[in-house]
Write a protein that binds this ligand. Sequence first.
Ligand code: DGL
Length: 243
Amino acid sequence: MNNNPICFFDSGIGGATILKEVIKLLPYENYVYYADSINNPYGNKTKNELFKIVSNVVDNLLEYNPKLIVCACNTATAMVLNDIRKKYKDIIFVGTEPAVKVVHDKYQDKKTIVITTKGTGESKRFKKLFNDYKTKNCTLVEAPLLAGLIENNKDPYPYLKELLKGYKDIDIVVLGCTHFPLAKNAIKMVLGKVTFIDGSIGIANRIKNLLKDNLNLNGGNIKIISTKDDVSKIILKIINKNY
Ligand code: DGL
């Protein structure tokens, strides 16, 4: 048994959409969630800026002796996680990537859009994933302002209406940023009925597999660290609610 926490970080509240699925699967773990809202959006930073920001987050999380660290952010995973792994060789990191493979495996002929931040969409790592697995009906849509709107509790509908106005008859929307599940309703208002895909359940299963000999049986605490305004209530609401 290992009581050390599973640590999460993101540029704010978005990574809680992953934490929610992990808690469902592993309710007796202890969790630390680091909401780095002060640096939101990660998606508009340069690689060097983001490497420094994420190094600082990891340095802070190391104080908690994490059993593993979840990079609950597609952007940080795409832009800097390889370099972060090289810097912190003893730490197990779990990254987050847009679920393009799921579309490739299950929804070959469905009309699909993959929505990402600018940083993810333009990263080498994502471009490779997208080129390797995209289906012929799959289009990338970068949404540089969406994570910021969600983080700052602004209505994303007007922005999405403009961004997605050229897209009709979409079957599948891949949510390629952990903030985006929180805009599902606004996306539905623009596109109508669509199926949403995100990577959260896959990540939860991967974490369970990684920790199989190292699980906690009597934890269940969640500590939330906010770098700007206190977002604990919002995070707990995301964990406990359907959206
Ligand atoms: N939630 C993040 C992601 O999954 C980051 C969004 C941002 O800060 O740009 O990409």
